[in-house]
Design a protein around this ligand. Structure first.
Ligand SMILES: [Ca+2]
Ligand SMILES: [Ca+2]
Length: 327
C-alpha cells in the first residue's frame, strides 16, 4: 500500500496519518504480459510517478515513488508505505522514494532475493522507518534535506537482526543537514552507521544510535556534537580532524565487555569528570582481540587506554593517543 498526500496543515499531522480516505492511494496498473519485463506496474499523475520494476531476470523487484512536483507542495507532502496490497512485496529487493517532506515506511513481509534489502530515501526532512522484524540485511541510505529548524527534522528508524548499514548524508550542498535529527535502533547483527551530515546545530538536538547486540560500528565523517550512542563497539573516524566528545555514560554503555571501546583516528575529548588517563601498549589478549576482528584496522597501531572517573574506570583501544602520555 502506497499513499501520498498532505495531512499536516497545522503542524499536527504526519505521514503516519495518511489513509486512502485523506490521501491518494497508488493503484498500480498491472500488465500481466510484461510481468517479467521492466516497469510492470506504473502510476503517473501530474507530479508523482511510481513503478514496480523487475530489476533482475530472476524475479527481484524494485519499487520507486517520486514526487517531481514542488517540495512541500499541496497534496505532495507525505508518503506512506506498507506491505499490504503491494504486489510482489516478498520479492522486493529495492525501494527508492524521493521528493517528499515526510515519509512513513513500515515493512515486515520482505524476503529480499539476494539477502540485502536496499532502501533509499532522498530529500525528506523527517521520517519513520520500521524494518525491525527483518532477518535479512538492510542497506538504508537517507539523503536528507531541511528547509528550516522548525516543523520536525527527526528520523526514527529501526532495523532488525541482519547486518545492516545505515548512512545519513546530505541530498545536496544546500540541504541544511545541521538540522537533521535521528533516533536509530539497529537491532542485533553486526551493523554499521555512517554519519556524513553537518555537525549538529546545537548540542540539544537528538542524534542517537543504539547498536544493539553484535559488533557495531559508527563511521564518522564529521564532528559529532550532540551524538549519543549505546551498545556500539567501534567508533571509526574518517581522519584525526574529527573531534569526538566522550562522557562517562557513553564509556559505560559502549564497547566490548572485556576489551572496551575501539576508537580509530578521532580526537577524543574526555568529559571533565575523567580525572586521569593511562596509556599502555596492548596486552597479548588485547592485540589478539583487535587482530581477530574482521574489520579494517592494524592492531599494531593501537594502544590500551584506561580512563579514570571518580568511582569507575573505562577501557578503550585507540590509535590516536598523541594528546595522552604513552607509558
Ligand atoms: Ca541489525
Ligand atoms: Ca553492539
Amino acid at each position: 500500500m502506497v499513499i501520498f498526500g498532505s495531512t499536516n496543515t497545522d503542524g499536527t499531522g504526519s505521514a503516519a496519518n495518511l489513509s486512502q480516505f485523506n490521501g491518494q492511494m497508488i493503484d498500480w496498473e498491472f500488465d500481466s504480459v510484461a510481468y517479467y519485463m521492466h516497469e510492470n506496474f506504473k502510476f503517473e499523475t501530474e507530479h508523482v510517478s511510481a513503478f514496480i520494476q523487475n530489476i533482475s531476470d530472476i524475479g527481484a523487484f524494485g519499487v520507486n515513488v517520486t514526487n517531481h512536483g514542488p517540495w512541500n507542495g499541496e497534496g505532495l507532502k507525505e508518503l506512506f508505505i506498507r506491505d499490504t496490497g503491494l504486489y510482489n512485496i516478498s520479492e522486493t529487493t529495492e525501494m527508492n522514494v524521493e521528493g517528499f517532506v515526510d515519509v512513513n515506511i513500515a515493512l515486515s513481509n520482505v524476503d529480499a532475493w539476494w539477502g540485502t534489502f536496499t532502501l533509499n530515501i532522498n530529500g525528506a526532512k523527517r521520517g519513520n522507518v520500521d524494518l525491525s522484524s527483518f532477518e535479512q540485511n538492510v542497506d538504508l541510505n537517507v539523503a536528507s534535506y531541511s528547509n528550516s529548524g522548525n516543523w520536525g527534522n527527526l528520523y526514527t528508524i529501526a532495523t532488525g537482526n541482519g547486518d545492516d548499514t545505515l548512512t545519513f548524508s546530505a541530498s545536496s550542498e544546500q540541504s541544511n543537514t545541521h538540522w537533521t535529527e535521528f533516533s536509530v535502533d539497529l537491532g542485533a547483527g553486526d551493523d554499521r552507521f555512517v554519519l556524513d551530515l553537518h555537525s549538529a546545530d546545537s548540542a540539544d538536538m537528538t542524534r542517537f544510535i543504539d547498536g544493539g547486540d553484535g559488533f557495531d560500528e559508527i563511521a564518522l565523517f564529521a564532528d559529532s556534537i550532540a551524538l549519543d550512542f549505546a551498545n556500539v563497539e567501534w567508533l571509526n573516524a574518517e581522519d584525526s580532524t574529527v573531534e569526538l566528545p566522550l562522557t562517562e555514560q557513553q564509556l559505560a554503555s559502549n564497547g566490548d565487555d572485556t576489551f572496551g571501546l575501539i576508537v580509530s583516528n578521532a580526537q577524543v575529548e574526555f568529559a571533565d569528570s575523567i580525572i586521569d588517563i593511562d596509556v599502555t601498549a596492548l596486552s597479548d589478549a588485547q592485540y589478539a582481540y583487535l587482530d581477530g576482528l574482521d574489520i579494517d584496522l592494524s592492531a599494531e597501531d593501537y594502544f590500551a587506554v584506561t580512563a579514570y572517573g571518580s568511582d569507575a574506570s573505562y577501557q578503550l583501544l585507540m590509535n590516536n593517543v598523541d594528546d595522552y602520555a604513552v607509558a
